[in-house]
Design a protein around this ligand. Structure first.
Ligand code: 5AD
Ligand code: SF4
Ligand code: FES
Length: 345
């Protein structure tokens, strides 16, 4: 029997498994609404209506890496670099905890300034605020990951970006897919909740490779998957692309929800950058997490991974209440728990 959207979606919602050709069918079809509504139902059934908020603290925009697509790459001399001191980071996290956030995400470029000692101190101090701590600070050695886990970090975010090795080598000079997967394996082995994900719309990326990315994320398996559309940054060497990858990124996200029904899936900032309602749309197509910015306003404009990032002129407090109101406007509520994946099942 020839495959059709209904048979594939039926299979997905009853087995949570699709083979590569079926994933490709979904990626290629124009019947996106059917996929989105199936993902929304699966989200509701498995993780419910609560939305988990994660406070994002962008504590340093220094980066030793040179990813072709990213505004923080080391060769971008046009951005003003900043880094926050230990106590400033702890204070910001404290403030975020007071605003009711139950998870603090510490994100930076790959900045060697933060030694194991500094980072461990930051983590252990923030853990005193009764929050979950997520790190998003890039590729490290097993020993570093181990030290941070022992200091109290609960989760780690490291997007694989793409599993297409040729594309990876081209876009991430000096880095390798092999080391990236090693990092994710170490993170998993150390008992962190693992967050990964990809960018959708990278120049040279194929639909075929996105299908493989989805299969890879399921194989880890991830506890959290963040999917963001690629957004061209003029201060990078990457070729300019036409097109807006919001819809395709949304579809990749929805397919992940179908295949991994109880994981945490954020409605990403990059989605909202391309669509003024992007996060609320994503929350209705499979997502159950939002990561509002909790960085002080003055630093935000310098953390320009891609242009047009939302919330640039806003304060941590403003974003906290803005997002809660948005969430309520679609009849959903902010969760009060820490939102571990393991407690979803
Ligand atoms: N457009 C969209 N997302 C980007 N990232 C980096 N550069 C871009 C870009 N130009 C994403 C990467 C990285 C995350 C922090 O930001 O996926 O993991
Ligand atoms: Fe650095 Fe991450 Fe940007 Fe790559 S994507 S240049 S590692 S901040
Ligand atoms: Fe930052 Fe709405 S979440 S302004």
């Amino acid at each position: 029997m020839a495959k059709c959207i209904y048979s594939i979606l039926d299979k997905a919602v009853s087995t949570y498994n699709l083979d590569k050709s079926e994933i490709l069918y979904l990626l290629k079809t124009e019947e996106n609404d059917k996929i989105f509504s199936a993902a929304d139902k699966v989200r509701k059934k498995h993780v419910g209506d609560k939305v988990h908020l994660r406070a994002l603290i962008e504590f340093s925009n220094y980066c030793k890496q040179n990813c072709l697509y990213c505004g923080l790459r080391r060769d971008n001399a046009k951005i003003a670099r900043y880094r926050l001191e230990t106590q400033e980071i702890i204070n910001l996290a404290n403030k975020a905890a007071e605003y009711g956030y139950k998870t603090i995400v510490l994100q930076s470029g790959e900045d060697l300034y933060y030694t194991i000692n500094k980072m461990s101190k930051i983590i252990s101090e923030i853990k005193k605020f009764d929050v979950a701590v997520t790190l998003s600070i890039g590729e490290k050695t097993f020993e570093e990951y181990k030290a941070y886990r022992e200091a109290g970090a609960d989760r780690y975010l490291l997007r694989i970006e793409t599993t297409d090795e040729a594309l990876y080598d081209k876009l991430d000079p000096g880095m390798s897919l092999k080391n990236r997967t090693r990092c994710l394996e170490d993170i998993k082995r150390l008992g962190y909740e693992v967050g990964s994900g990809i960018m959708v719309g990278l120049p040279g990326q194929t639909i075929e490779s996105i299908a493989k990315d989805i299969i890879y994320l399921k194989s880890i398996p991830v506890d959290m998957a963040g999917i963001g559309p690629f957004i061209y940054h003029p201060d990078t060497p990457i070729e300019k692309i036409e097109g807006n990858f919001f819809e395709l990124a949304l579809k990749v996200m929805a397919i992940l929800r179908l295949l991994m029904p109880d994981i945490n899936i954020p409605a990403t900032t990059a989605m909202e950058t391309l669509n003024p309602n992007g996060r609320l749309i994503a929350l209705q197509c499979g997502a159950n997490v939002v990561m509002p910015n909790a960085t002080e306003t003055a630093y935000r404009k310098h953390y320009e991974i891609y242009p047009g990032k939302i919330c640039m002129g806003d304060s941590p407090k403003h974003c906290r209440f803005c997002i809660e109101n948005k969430i309520k406007s679609i009849n959903r509520n902010v969760a009060e728990s820490k939102g571990y994946h393991r407690s979803n099942s």
